[in-house]
Design a protein around this ligand. Sequence first.
Ligand code: HEM
Length: 197
Amino acid sequence: MSRQDVSDELLTLLGAGHETTASTLGWAFERLRRHPAIVAKLVDEVDEGGSEYRQATILELQRNRTVIDFAGRHVAAAPHFELGEWRIPHGYDIVVGLADLHNNPEFFPNPERFDPSRFLGNRPPAFAWVPFGGGTRRCIGAAFANTEMDVVLRTVLRHFTVETDDAPDEKIHFRGIAYTPKDGGLITLHRRPAPPA
Ligand code: HEM
């Protein structure tokens, strides 16, 4: 492989793939620590072998704590690209605020509330829930990231008890690629007793 190829692969795997998924998982534990009722539901579900509420939790995490806050497009069309009532000239850049869309109360009532049940039994709205961007350049790793987050959450919930308390929310911190919990999503875990054989 050329040095350029190695650099491109690293950018994909570390920058696009690892940093984003790890940051979202950091928020998962930051949110769970502060939401005992949600932890209780997740634990009941994991013990019964289910995954619906955990999937809704992942969707809500990505809405409520969006780690990549914008996606950009360069206008290649000439002489302009029509976006609603706007005409954007050739050569301009368009920046879409993903986190802003996730805070739109028209689609997500009480958007500041962390509430996985808003996604129970229904798919997220395609043009309002966009943590992976959208269109032809939508994140190529979306399904992989979802699986990784699901496996990590399932494993932790099965084997550990997440201690909950009323600590204030962690502040949002920009690490250069993604937005993370400022204190790293600090939590205390206790190993759960092994289930009876
Ligand atoms: C929670 C985890 C992730 C988040 C939030 C995320 C978010 C995003 C966003 C917002 C975009 C831009 C999409 C657009 O412009 O419409 C993107 C693109 C991309 N992502 Fe992800 N991503 C995640 C995980 C991953 C993983 C696991 C991989 C690969 C292993 C990956 C690889 C890529 C690549 C290669 C692109 C560029 C796609 C293109 O331009 O065609 N991402 N991602």
